[in-house]
Design a protein around this ligand. Sequence first.
Ligand code: MG
Length: 229
Amino acid sequence: MVRYILMDIEGTVISVAFVREILFPFAKRRLASFLHDRRQDPDVLQWTTVCQDAIEIETGTRPGYEELPVMLTGWIDQDRKQAGLKALQGMIWDEGYRQRAFVPELFSDVLPAFTQWRVRGIRLGIYSSGSEQAQRLLFAHTNVGDVTLLFEHFFDTSVGEKKTASSYRTISAQIGLPPHHILFLSDAEGELDAAALAGFSTAHIVRPGTDASTRYPTHPDFTHLRLEG
Ligand SMILES: [Mg+2]
């Protein structure tokens, strides 16, 4: 019997293209002008200092503020998971969401399913490699409005990597339910493997345009998932 549904974001509730083709390129394009416009902002300076410290430790040379756009753009290209960079990207996305420069569109079956699951008393949570801050921003600004209140948890890689079984054990402990009561939904086979190894129920969601070759039974959407044990 499923009592909690844990979900991936990209390729599961929204298209993979939103993050890869809209969100990340926006942060990269906006980085230099953002750092220039907000150079007096203490929040920004707190995180640029974290980045400068990290670069100094790595290279032995402390970069000037004006050198940061080029260096941080390099980090974005290398997909570096650095706390300072993540926080700055979060601030840039926050601006973008507020200005409605982009709007994440949930697949059309998603909100009706969430509502139905909540009515049945099933608890909901997110597990994504994007930071908790980035996840909350995304769900606060969807095409169907702010849906953050539907979720009890926003797990990110601070619990561990998504393809590692121990991450799911940590999540199960934090949720306070044994693994077999938790259903994990994802478009990535490696993540499902890790969750299954930890004892979670799993369902492979295969949205249009994602790879359908898999060892798991697939579901095109959230409409007909089996929730009884
Ligand atoms: Mg995914």
